[in-house]
Design a protein around this ligand. Structure first.
Ligand SMILES: Nc1ncnc2c1ncn2[C@@H]1O[C@H](COP(=O)(O)OP(=O)(O)O)[C@@H](O)[C@H]1O
Ligand SMILES: [Mg+2]
Length: 420
């Protein structure tokens, strides 16, 4: 039973179908991407305990796979107590969505994190910012996608940073104040906890307006980054594994995405966040990994205890790294318009550069800064730098219209892009 049926979950369901599992997809709206390939679909409010209990009684699932954060976590623990497997463990899901608990757990496990203070009053908050010489980043305790976070560069920013907490998913007075790390690059390390630990080749990515925009695998775009990465990769793998064990324990099963900051100059790796499910940036593995072994395939294999074929990974110094087909990149396809029934053109041109996967969402909305993600462009190439360029060109060939906004429009966000 998949809780949250977005584009990442859709691939989980497809991979579960390949393994012969019976699948149930749940979402808050009807026609969510993962509901199409599932055997059965339900629609309702997953933060409501009664709704989840009703579904679990009706379907009696062997495995519950959370795909989103907005789920009643108490219910997950109760299901686990009854003997249903919750991926990777109910407790891990709770820790991952609470910045205070996550920080504490990582710190205790001996994983390097940036220095931090937990604050819950304006006075403590001000003092914490001062402690970091007003060079810090502040994040609301229960928040994601940049909502509720603020980069403090001077004393004058403190009030705005404190007010920012109100924009979080679940507003509270609790805010973490973190030392600002001037990292060389950030990575996402996908870790599969199944029969032991397997790592995917490390992912690179950039974000626009708090959301993932493009990702690539492996992480290095040039020789300098390759050398930098080689010097810190032991820390990347060991911190990532420790983080997953700290959250879910040895019995945890599933894929985890461990966000890290890499400081090549000082040869230091910091863990920033952990999510216990397939990750946006991991969509690149839909193309770079062998069939059945994308992040979603790896996730459902781990959940259902289907081992990984030994020929599909290499062991280097005791670290198991999954093979990939070649360097690749992904780039989001976001809607430039709002409305029902999004339609697409320009796919023929796009396919000269890379592949286009459409999620089949029924409605496109548009916010001041970004539109809804409706698809993803995926490209393989001889080098990562080339793949990033090709994925970008692919996405930018696609034009979109909706019933309410019938003018064809292309992608418009151009910041941080390499060609278009
Ligand atoms: N301590 C930090 N130092 C430097 N940059 C940071 C720090 N914390 C976060 N960032 C930057 O902000 C981005 C978003 O922060 P993150 O903690 O991942 O929140 P979320 O992804 O939930 O919005 C990170 O990917 C990174 O680029
Ligand atoms: Mg993040």
């Amino acid at each position: 039973m998949l809780l949250g049926s977005g584009e990442l979950g859709k691939e989980v369901i497809i991979e579960a179908q390949r393994l012969g599992l019976e699948t149930v997809a749940v979402d808050r709206y009807m026609g969510a991407p993962a509901q199409y390939p599932a055997d059965r679909a339900y629609t309702g409010n997953m933060t409501e305990k009664g709704f989840l209990k009703h579904l679990v009684e009706k379907e009696n699932p062997d495995f519950i796979v959370p795909e989103i954060e907005a789920i009643n976590l108490e219910a997950l623990s109760e299901f686990e107590d009854k003997g249903i497997f919750v991926s990777p463990r109910a407790e891990a899901q709770k820790i991952a969505m609470d910045r205070f608990r996550l920080r504490e757990t990582l710190d205790k496990a001996g994983v390097r994190v940036s220095q931090y203070h937990f604050t819950s009053t304006a006075e403590d908050f001000e003092a914490a910012c001062k402690d970091f010489n007003y060079t810090c980043i502040t994040k609301a305790r229960f928040s994601s996608s940049g909502h509720g976070s603020y980069i403090v560069n001077s004393k004058e920013d403190v009030q705005a940073a404190w007010d920012e907490r109100k924009k979080a998913r679940k507003p509270s007075e609790d805010v973490i104040v973190e030392e600002y790390i001037p990292f060389s690059t950030e990575d996402n390390q996908l870790v599969v906890r199944n029969n032991g630990t397997h790592f995917c080749k490390t992912l690179g990515h950039y974000q626009l307006h708090g959301d993932y925009h493009s990702s690539w695998q492996p992480i290095y775009r040039n020789e300098e980054e390759r050398k930098g990465f080689e010097a810190v990769k032991d820390q990347v793998y060991s911190f990532a594994e420790k983080a997953t064990l700290a959250l879910a324990g040895k019995k945890g099963r599933g894929i985890h995405a461990v966000e890290q900051f890499l400081d090549f100059e000082n040869k230091k790796v910091y863990v920033n966040e952990v999510s216990c499910r397939p990750h946006d940036t991991g969509m690149v593995t839909f193309k770079t990994h062998y069939p059945g072994y994308s992040q979603s395939g790896l996730h459902i294999r781990a959940v259902s205890q289907v081992p990984i074929e030994p020929r599909l990974y290499q062991e280097e110094d005791g670290v198991r790294i999954l093979n990939s087909i070649g360097p690749g990149a992904s780039h989001v396809i976001v809607s430039p318009s709002e409305g029902w029934n999004p339609q697409f053109r320009g796919i023929d041109k796009a396919l000269q550069h890379g592949d286009v996967w459409i999620f089949k969402k029924p409605y496109a909305f548009h916010e001041p800064h970004h539109g809804r993600r409706l698809g993803v462009a995926l490209a393989l190439a001889d080098t990562v730098a080339e793949a990033i360029k090709e994925a970008e060109l692919t996405a930018h060939c696609v034009e979109i219209k909706t019933n309410e906004n019938p003018t064809w429009k292309p992608q418009w966000m151009k910041e941080k892009h390499v060609v278009s």
